[in-house]
Structures are given as C-alpha cells and as structure tokens.
Design a protein around this ligand. Structure first.
Ligand code: NDP
Length: 318
C-alpha cells in the first residue's frame, strides 16, 4: 500500500478533471488525477465532436481526451490508474482510498466524477449507439439535420432536446410512456406550440430497429393497450435522465433531489472549504465538455487560492 500526497487531489479524468489538472499543475499544485473506471469520461464513448472550440474539422472524442491528458501530464500532472472506493472529508488533508489499496491525501480535493446518461436497456440500443441512437441532442443533433428524429422521455431534458432538434429537423417526435409530461409548464407550452413537434403518448420503446446502415426505426408498445407499432426514424435521442456519480460522497456532502452535488451558486465550492466540484457531477443543466472544462478551470483557481491563503496564514503564525 502506498500513500500519495498532493496539494490537489482530483477524482475523475473527463474534461472537468483534466482542465482542473492543467490549471492546477501550472499553479504549482502538483496535482494527482485518479482516473476512475472510464478514463477520459463520457467523451471516450462518443465519436465525432464538432462543438469543442478550437477545431475547425470534426475531431474524435477519444482523441480529444488523449490530448487533454497529454497536456495535463506535460505540465506536471501525475495520472494514476485507480478507482476511488471511499473518501473521508472530515479532516484535512482529505483522504481517499483506491481499489488498489493505495491511499490518496489532498490539501484540496476536486471532485470531477461526472455523470452517466441513463439508457433504456432495450435490444438494439447499445448496438446502434453512435449509429442513430444517442443520449445527447446538443452533441449529435447536427448529424441528423433534415432527417426525422425522435426523443424518448418526458422530463425537462427530453423536452429541451426536442425543441433543440427543431434547429436541424422539421420532423421531431417526442415519445413518452405516460399521458402527461414531467417537464416544467413553460417548456411544455413551447413544445405543444411548435409546428415541427408531435408527441406520441403512452408509448414505450420495445426495441430499436436497424443494422449496418444505422437506425431505421423504433418498435413501440402502447403502455395502455399493449398495441405494437413502429415509428420510422434515423435518429433516436434517449433523454430519460442522468445519474451523477456521487455515491462516494453520500452523507459527507449535500446533494440535490436528483443526486447532483450542491455548490455555492456560480462557483465550484462545496459546503466543505477546500473541496470543489466541477463538471457534470454538479451541473444537470448544461452538461457539455466545454462547460465541464470551464468549471474545472474554476475549481483549480479556487483550489490555488485556498492553498495560498492557508500557506500565508501558516507563515503568519509561525
Ligand atoms: P427526469 O428524471 O426529470 O425525467 C426523466 C423522464 O424520462 C421522465 O419523464 C420519465 O418518465 C422518463 N423515463 C425514465 N425512465 C424511463 C424508461 N425506462 N423508459 C421510458 N421513459 C423513462 O430527468 P431529466 O434529465 O429530464 O431532468 C433531470 C433533472 O434536471 C430534473 O430535475 C430537471 O428539472 C433538471 N433539468 C433542468 C433543466 C433546466 O432547468 N433547463 C434542463 C434539464 C434538466 P416518467 O415521467 O413517466 O417518470
């Protein structure tokens, strides 16, 4: 068992964690990033990325994350392969224990554990993922411009995604398993008023239909009558919620009703001084690589200030 110590411990290696690492390393905090089960985060399971600023041509999500990691290492970040299984935030330094048995101690802790889109778990979904089935309209909607698309879900995300998709498609169908939406009234009003959107009520997806050529339709089952039907489509967006990775912090940091870490508004500060949260683990609204990178940067700047103030106080009392 080894104990690794640092001024800045970062859990998670998506855009938020790696941006925090780049800024932290350049500020002399010698960060350690513990990479977790999915090194690079959600972008490593996407393909084309067209909305990350700085690249005129389409880039690949996994490539972008390799570059971010290389940049973080280049400026002095230590990347460690481990999965954190427990954390103790009750005293400073903050302590985390890895699956390997190693212990990590940080004067500051940056939580960048991200979130995972929830999937329906029906046949065809994973096989056609990236070939017509997606969990992010903002990321992938553009690839289906001029085509017929569907969105599955009835919450704020589903309605926002349906409205967003009308920028690219004149034929958007929202498929919901009940006869009323969970989304806020104002979003519902916009949805119902939109001429390019129709809603299929009381329908759940039985399976996705397609092959090598991609998605061709969704097989539906009526939740009231049991009747089967097929909705032809080339793009299906599953928008049934996200699950933030906050299990580790249960009982130590407050979370909202959906499980996201609560931060001081407009900052990455959690309720514990020196513990910061950035990226999708604290943001259920925007959830973009670029916003995650932005909040990662904010976490590092605040961590740097926290360390500097503490060192200054220690000098004064010495
Ligand atoms: P929600 O949990 O609010 O909604 C999920 C939707 O998916 C529900 O309509 C649910 O149906 C449906 N669903 C869940 N599981 C299945 C399934 N297996 N098959 C079919 N349908 C399913 O998630 P959201 O991502 O929409 O929102 C999460 C949180 O983020 C909410 O608090 C939301 O308000 C917030 N948010 C806020 C935004 C904003 O303020 N602009 C934007 C986006 C999200 P059912 O209704 O039947 O349970």
């Amino acid at each position: 068992m080894t104990t690794h110590t640092t001024k800045m411990l970062i859990i998670g290696s998506g855009p938020a964690g790696l941006s925090a690492a780049i800024y932290g390393a350049r500020a002399g905090l010698q960060p350690i990033v513990v990479q977790g089960l999915q090194p690079g985060g959600q972008l490593t399971i996407t393909t084309d990325v067209e909305n990350y600023p700085g690249f005129r041509d389409v880039i690949q999500g996994p490539w972008l994350m390799q570059e971010m990691q290389a940049q973080a290492e280049h400026v002095g970040t230590r990347m460690l392969w481990d999965t954190i299984t427990s954390v103790d935030l009750s005293s400073s330094p903050f302590r985390a224990r890895g699956d390997s048995g190693d212990v990590y101690e940080g004067d500051t802790l940056v939580i960048a554990t991200g979130a995972q889109a929830k999937w329906l778990g029906v046949p065809g979904e994973q096989d056609l993922s990236g070939k017509g089935v997606s969990a992010c309209a903002t990321c992938d909607g553009f690839f289906y411009r001029g085509k017929k698309v569907v969105v599955i879900g009835g919450g704020n995300t589903a309605v926002e995604e349906a409205l967003y998709l009308t920028n690219h498609s004149a034929d958007v169908t929202l498929i919901h398993r009940r006869d009323s939406l969970r989304a806020e009234r104002i979003l519902q009003d916009r949805l119902f008023a939109h001429p390019a959107i129709k809603v299929l009520w009381n329908k759940e997806v039985d399976h996705f239909i397609g092959g090598e050529g991609g998605l061709s339709g969704v097989a539906l089952k009526d939740t009231v009558t049991g009747e089967a039907s097929v909705e032809p489509t080339q793009g299906a967006f599953v928008a049934i919620g996200h699950a933030p990775a906050t299990e580790l912090f249960k009982g130590q940091l407050p979370v909202d009703a959906s499980g996201y870490l609560i931060v001081e508004p407009g900052t990455p500060k959690t309720s514990i001084p020196g513990v910061f949260a950035c990226g999708d683990v604290m943001d259920h609204t925007y959830r973009q690589a670029v916003t995650a990178a932005g909040t990662g940067c904010m976490a590092a700047l605040d961590a740097e200030r926290f360390v500097a103030e503490r060192e200054f106080k220690a000098l004064q009392t010495a």
